[in-house]
Design a protein around this ligand. Structure first.
Ligand code: ZN
Length: 187
């Protein structure tokens, strides 16, 4: 099997499940394209290409958007969705995002899934699954765990091919450069 295929298979599973996931809206898909464009901007800055958008589910107004900034700010919390959530809360002057949708190109990690629950995010749409840190479907299911005090609607696997290809291209290029640790192979 060519190595490119192998990487894609790992990053794509599990995909959107039409039997359990609600369908994405047209706006969710548009916002995913926007998140992918943000992730593209991260590549030029040497950041892992993950992008995120928080929008008002009813009006479609974008309240926060970001790409990873971990390297730039030397901040382990510099994940795209973490920054987009904080930005959205600042923009509406409230920490509750029940009426919002978070769209992110990669499945959130435990830190970000925790923030999603704490910010009461209403809906989560993500692209590629993350076998190393995914805390929404792959390793844990923190965003719809009945033991926690908030559950959000989850739609997985939207434009997963494109999102995972973006990441695998980035890491392929990174491995050719000896200057940076491959420990960065998570978002
Ligand atoms: Zn994260």
């Amino acid at each position: 099997m060519p190595s490119r295929m192998k990487v894609r298979v790992i990053l794509m599973s599990p995909d959107f499940d039409p039997h359990t996931d609600p369908s994405p809206t047209e706006r969710d898909v548009q916002m995913m394209s926007r998140a992918i464009a943000l992730a593209d901007e991260a590549v030029d800055l040497g950041e892992v290409p993950v992008g995120a958008v928080v929008y008002d589910t009813t009006s479609g107004k974008v309240l926060g958007e970001a790409h990873n900034t971990r390297e730039m700010h030397k901040n382990p919390a510099g994940h795209a969705e973490f920054s987009a959530i904080v930005q959205a809360c600042e923009s509406i002057d409230d920490w509750r995002l029940n009426h919002c949708t978070l769209v992110v190109t990669l499945e959130p990690c435990p830190m970000c899934a925790g923030l999603i629950v704490n910010a009461r995010v209403g809906r989560l749409v993500f692209g590629a699954s993350d076998p190393k840190a995914g805390a929404v479907r792959t390793l844990y299911r923190l965003c719809d765990d009945p033991q926690l005090n908030h559950r959000c609607e989850v739609i997985a696997g939207i434009k997963a091919d494109q999102c995972s290809e973006q990441l695998s291209t980035f890491f392929r290029t990174l491995r050719k450069k000896p200057t940076r640790s491959t420990d960065s192979e998570s978002h």
